[in-house]
Design a protein around this ligand. Structure first.
Ligand SMILES: [Zn+2]
Length: 442
């Protein structure tokens, strides 16, 4: 299990502790639960001059999911890990929906309104809302972790490949044997250059192999401008032929491949907008920030024999990664960004209003999305339930539990566990317990 975060009586972060120790502190009444996600306890008595060990947060940003890993560099132990799922595509969809509703309203001339779209300005820092939300998701979690653990440094996977490390690969022939760092950087570079597709048949989303356009048997070099990516089938079919002979009856494919092979890829191609903005805003936090390449991450992960998971990729970001990583105890917290609802007061269907809602969001002390425990003493629904609240003005809530929806639970029987904070949570089992369940002990 991941460690439990601890804050002292003045809410200063202390060293995370083993869950067993946290249980003991809670049972003895020396601590109380501070937050459920991520699980944090608060000590009731002041600690005398506590020594804290600094932790490094490693970040592997992705379009769908970002890996987070909190590492104790002195011991190589991953203390806590998470996989943060963004809602970038949901935001895009919601904005398009809103735009359509507004557009149709203006077209209907229900009232006179001057055109407004000519007076908008985008600031220099502007990024599309879907990307902005990914950046702010990550910044939110950096800030949250900094409040509950002694965070002292950050590592970020900024670039996909490190062109400086490749020393101008278009000119220098380099060793790209499987297994060395250059090989991984080169592979990431070629994936970007050939758009993750087989150069010969254009298939994507399949394993690709590095391939010589002019085969070495025909005098081809190891220069990057002579390297392409091919699927297993095409690579086998081509064998040690020259690309010219292999594509003798497909001149247009040959021309495209030769042109693409000669076009050098700029360093800028390795960084996308989101990562670059994230880098700038993480730097503004003032924490020391280390950056690494995707090639390095993959090299580190493969050499340590770790499976491909977002949080393990994150653990392997950057040059500072310790030789031995202790990851077996940890299971990632799956964090899904859910947003905070919308401001739409009138729901529409086919452009017609179908429902209106009240301005009030908080009913009887609860908001929709809060996690609560309900203990119903008597009646048909007697029992204990833990789930998300659907808050209603009547004071009778629905609870969304793992087992399903429990309807009409009175607010009186509910106790809040975790207030809606724009994310939903799920704990995944640790690597060790996963491997035990695959190989059960008899
Ligand atoms: Zn192919």
């Amino acid at each position: 299990m991941a460690k439990v975060f601890v804050v002292n009586i003045t809410k200063q972060p202390l060293n995370p502790v083993h869950p067993g120790q946290a249980r003991l502190l809670l049972r003895k009444g020396k601590a109380a639960i501070y937050r459920h996600y991520p699980f944090t306890i608060i000590l009731k008595a002041a600690e005398r001059a506590p020594t804290v060990h600094p932790l490094r947060l490693k970040i592997d940003p992705g379009a769908h999911t970002t890996g987070l890993a909190l590492l104790n560099e002195a011991t190589g132990e991953v203390v806590w890990a998470a996989e943060l799922t963004h809602r970038g595509f949901a935001i895009k969809r919601a904005l398009e929906e809103r735009r359509a509703v507004r557009r149709s309203r203006r077209r209907r001339h229900t009232r006179y309104r001057k055109p407004r779209w000519a007076n908008r300005r985008r600031g220099a820092q502007w990024v599309p809302p879907s990307l902005e939300s990914r950046i702010t998701n990550i910044l939110t979690w950096v800030a949250r972790l900094a409040r509950i653990c002694p965070l002292s440094a950050l590592s970020l996977e900024l670039v996909k490949f490190d062109l400086q490390a490749l020393q101008n690969p278009e000119i220098t022939g380099i060793q790209y044997q499987q297994g060395n760092l250059m090989g991984y950087e080169l592979r990431e570079y070629l994936l970007e250059k050939w758009q993750r597709m087989c150069a010969y048949c254009g298939k994507g989303q399949i394993p690709l192999q590095i391939e010589h356009i002019v085969s070495r048997a025909k005098g081809g070099t190891d220069r990057t401008s002579n390297l392409a990516l091919a699927c297993e089938a095409c690579n086998q079919a081509k064998g040690d032929q020259h690309a010219r002979d292999f594509l003798a009856n497909k001149p247009e494919v040959l021309a495209r491949i030769l042109a693409q092979a000669q076009a050098p890829l700029r360093d800028a191609a390795a960084v996308n907008t989101t990562r670059w903005k994230l880098f700038e805003r993480l730097k503004a936090t003032g924490l020391p920030l280390e950056t690494g390449s995707g090639g390095l991450t993959k090299y580190n992960r493969t050499r340590r024999n770790l499976p491909k998971m977002h949080w393990l990729d994150a653990s392997c970001v950057g040059k500072s990664t310790p030789e031995h990583l202790e990851v077996n105890q940890v299971g990632p917290l799956l964090i899904r960004a859910t947003g905070h609802g919308n401001r739409q007061m009138c729901g529409v269907k086919d452009g017609f209003p179908i429902r209106h809602r009240k301005q009030q969001k908080v009913h009887h002390g609860y908001q929709t999305g809060d996690l609560a425990r309900a203990v119903v003493p008597t009646g048909k629904k007697a029992g204990t339930y833990v789930g998300r609240v659907l808050a209603r003005a009547t004071g009778y809530f629905d609870l969304i539990t793992k087992a399903g929806r429990i309807e009409g639970v009175s607010a009186r029987y509910c106790r809040p566990l975790h207030r809606n904070d724009g994310y939903s949570y799920q704990q995944r089992a640790s690597l060790r317990s996963l491997s035990e369940s695959h190989h059960p002990a008899y």
